[in-house]
Write a protein that binds this ligand. Structure first.
Ligand code: DGL
Length: 273
């Protein structure tokens, strides 16, 4: 038995982790943020795969059997390769899940017009993962994507409430809505973006529903554990949480509360660069 591992390129996954913990408080968890190498959204497929795999292996070596990639970019660019190429090399049960499928599964039921907007990193947009996954569940849906390349660095630097950030948020939302006047649902398809929600709402017409992934992923993960008792019984249940960052732990602690909601204490964990 071991803790459930939660991974993100930085702080963003904490917005998902917070919801998972709320839904499933009984389990032990370890969170790893690759703050030393964030952002992933601008990097190649190979690099995101290599970095994500290293971090997943770190979480495995800390005792996890089950890891959630609480990062859309890693889910888009690394999840499938890890599931297909790397997990079969383990002799015991190891599972890695992502955040795109649980979001895609549900979004068609939110949208009346069946026109859905995606705000995401460059990497997630280019991978077309959302378009493919949404069409699997809702073939009639039209999916419009907008990359917001500056948003993650702004959030990581805690530049959340200033005129510069507002400019970039308005610009990306306008660019998305210019692609179709019938979009009625927008997915914040990057785990960092819920932190910008007040600004995003300010520039989005009120009839458009904005979806943050945290609660959706938490519900879907709870359902997964219920349907897979062989995985669930490998997850220890003492209510412990540990936080690791590949960069300086004090820096991590200073900003993590913005994303997680309460102060945390962290440990630095170096991965090969
Ligand atoms: N939080 C990540 C996501 O959900 C990515 C941020 C980044 O590293 O670019 O896509």
């Amino acid at each position: 038995m071991g803790p459930i591992g939660i991974f993100d390129s930085g702080y963003g996954g904490l917005t998902v982790f917070k919801e998972i913990v709320k839904k499933l408080p009984q389990y032990d968890y370890i969170y790893l943020g690759d703050n030393a190498r964030v952002p992933y959204g601008t990097r190649s497929f190979e690099t995101v795969y290599e970095y994500t795999l290293q971090c997943v292996e770190q979480l495995f070596s800390l005792g996890s059997h089950m890891v959630v990639l609480a990062c859309n970019t890693a889910s888009a660019k690394a999840l499938r390769s890890i599931q297909q190429n790397d997990l079969p090399n383990y002799t015991d049960l190891r599972k890695v899940l992502g955040v795109i499928r649980p979001t895609a599964e549900i979004v068609g039921s939110y949208s009346q017009s069946k026109q859905v907007g995606i705000l995401a990193t460059n990497g997630t947009v280019k991978s077309e993962s959302y378009v493919l996954e949404i069409h699997k569940f809702f073939p009639e849906a039209r999916v419009f994507q907008q990359a917001c390349p500056i948003w993650v660095p702004l959030v990581e630097s805690n530049e959340i409430n200033n005129a510069g950030t507002e400019y970039f948020v308005e610009k990306s939302i306008k660019a998305l809505l210019a692609q179709s006047g019938a979009i009625d649902t927008i997915i914040l398809a990057c785990t960092h973006y819920p932190i910008l929600l007040p600004l995003i709402k300010k520039y989005t017409p009120p009839h458009i529903r904005i979806i943050s992934q945290g609660p959706l992923v938490a519900d879907s993960f709870a359902d997964y554990l219920y349907r897979h008792p062989e995985v669930e019984e490998l997850c220890s249940k003492n209510g412990n949480r540990k936080f690791y960052s590949t960069d300086d732990a004090t820096n991590f602690e200073e900003k993590a509360a913005i994303f997680y909601g309460i102060p945390v204490s962290a440990t630095q964990l170096k991965v090969d660069c």
